[in-house]
Structure formats: C-alpha cells, structure tokens
Design a binder for this molecule. Structure first.
Ligand SMILES: Nc1ncnc2c1ncn2[C@@H]1O[C@H](COP(=O)(O)OP(=O)(O)OP(=O)(O)O)[C@@H](O)[C@H]1O
Length: 257
C-alpha cells in the first residue's frame, strides 16, 4: 500500500469487505504564513477501531485531530464523516479531549452535567448519566470537589468521562497521558479500552511507543506534515516502511522531510 493511501481496516479487507471509514481526511493541506503545516494528508479512522497517530514534535498530529473535528478548516482538501463532508451534526457525534483539559469553575459532577446539558440531554436524565460516568472513571468520591483542584491525572479522567457521557461515535484524544505517571496512564488506557469495547471508535495521539503497542489497531505516522505510514499497528510497529518511522521507533534522529 502506498503510504498516502487511505487505510480502512486490514482484517475486513482480508475477508474481502471494504468498510466505509467513520472519518476520513482527503488530501488535507493546511497553510499558515506561507508554510504548509499539513501537506496532502490522506488517512482514515475506521469504524470500531483504535487509530493511534504518532510522529515527532511538530509533525502535525494535533492539527490533524483539530481538522478532523472541524475546529479548524483546511486550506484545501476535505474531511469526510461516513463518506459525506463533515457538518455540525457529524461534529456532535465526535468528542475531542485536549492534552490539557479545560474544566469549568464548578464541581466535578456539575462539569459532567453541564456537558450533557449542552448536548441536549434532557434534565431528568443528566444526573444518572453523570453519576454513571463518574463511577466508570472511578471519580465518584470526588464528585463534589471543584474540578480545577483535581490532579492532572484526575482531570484527564474527568475530561474523558465527560466526553464519553455524551456518547460519541468517535473519541479523539490528544496525548491524554503525556504528563501522567504509570498508574494514571493505566487508568486512562482502561477507560479507552472500555470505550472501545462499547463500540466507540478511537483516534489517539501519543509519543509513547509502548502505549501504541498496547492500544493501537491501526497507526498513522506523520512526518513533517505528511503521512509517512498508515497501516495495521503490528506491521507499522514491527516493520516500518518509511525511514522516518523506522528512525523514530529505534530512537534515532531523523531530520528533514
Ligand atoms: N495556528 C498556527 N499557526 C502557525 N503555525 C502553527 C499553528 N498551529 C500549529 N502550528 C505549527 O504546526 C506544526 C504542527 O503543529 P502540531 O501542534 O500539530 O504538532 P504536533 O505533532 O501535535 O506536535 P507535539 O508532539 O509537539 O504536540 C508545528 O510546527 C506548529 O508550530
């Protein structure tokens, strides 16, 4: 497969089935100050799978997630949702969790209930749904604490619980464990696993090759704003085809596009 070709899920392809990607980037270019930050990026997040986006600092991973979520518009190219251009309704089927979560100046529980209100969940259903999400995230004991005083790991778990309480089809996570210790990282990975087991499609940015091995079904490897590799995790991690991914996985420096 050519590195820039959309990849839609190897097991299905092996069985002769062609899945429609849940979300797809088609030839996305993003320019700023005369510079291409993303340059002809095509890739897809296949339904029901966990796609891990990897690459060096500044390779364009966060920008790709923001484009896929419609937070920013590409200079050219298209973001597709179930084969049609991304629109407001489709955006509501996604949830994006930032590396540094944004918490309202309210309690943990109120943060969850507010998110549900914004998504139009009826008032009578909010409390039960918020409490269930807290229990799943093991945050029930902290329900009435101001969200902003929680530790980094707890805030990240709350941010993911808040996103999942809205029942997205696609959960986009931008380096959710970047500054967390192994125990907090394990709790986040459990939450991702549970969401995936519930049928949520996951796209996750990480620098951690161990995390990619544990979580990824597919990998998109970006280098200097381009897709260097896109394929099943087992293949990309053990037999990378691009020099950029090979060097990165071996911990060597690789400079230049
Ligand atoms: N609004 C912007 N205007 C100009 N340049 C930008 C803007 N946002 C991001 N960039 C640049 O685009 C490039 C890619 O940024 P991005 O945040 O996607 O990288 P990343 O792969 O997520 O990096 P990291 O691993 O360090 O988080 C970087 O060089 C960054 O400086």
């Amino acid at each position: 497969m050519h590195a820039d070709e959309p990849f839609c899920g190897a097991p299905l392809l092996r069985r002769g089935l062609t899945p429609v990607p849940l979300a797809e980037a088609r030839d996305l270019t993003l320019r700023a100050d005369g510079q291409a930050l993303l340059d002809g990026v095509s890739c897809s997040f296949a339904a029901g799978r966990r796609t891990v986006v990897m690459g060096a600092n500044g390779s364009g991973k966060s920008l790709l997630l923001r484009l896929m979520h419609g937070l920013i518009r590409p200079t050219s190219g298209t973001v597709l949702w179930r084969g049609a251009p991304l629109d407001r309704r489709a955006r509501a089927r996604q949830a994006l969790v930032f590396q540094t979560p944004v918490m309202l100046r309210r309690s943990v529980l109120a943060n969850l209930r507010f998110a549900l209100a914004v998504r139009g969940v009826p008032r009578c259903a909010r409390r039960a749904r918020a409490e269930a999400a807290l229990e799943q995230a093991r945050l029930t004991a902290l329900a009435h604490r101001p969200a902003r005083v929680l530790s980094g790991g707890e805030q990240q778990r709350l941010a993911i619980a808040r996103a999942l309480a809205c029942r997205p089809e696609l959960l986009l996570l931008d380096e959710p464990t970047a500054s967390l210790d192994p125990a907090s990282t394990a709790l986040i990975e459990q939450a991702v696993d549970a969401a995936h087991a519930d049928g949520v499609t996951v796209a996750l940015v990480t620098h951690d090759a161990g995390q990619a091995r544990r979580l990824a079904d597919d990998i998109v490897f970006l280098h200097a704003g381009r897709v260097a590799e896109h394929g099943p995790a087992a293949q990309v991690l053990s037999r990378p085809r691009s020099e950029a991914a090979r060097a990165w996985l071996e911990g060597r420096l690789h400079l230049g596009p």
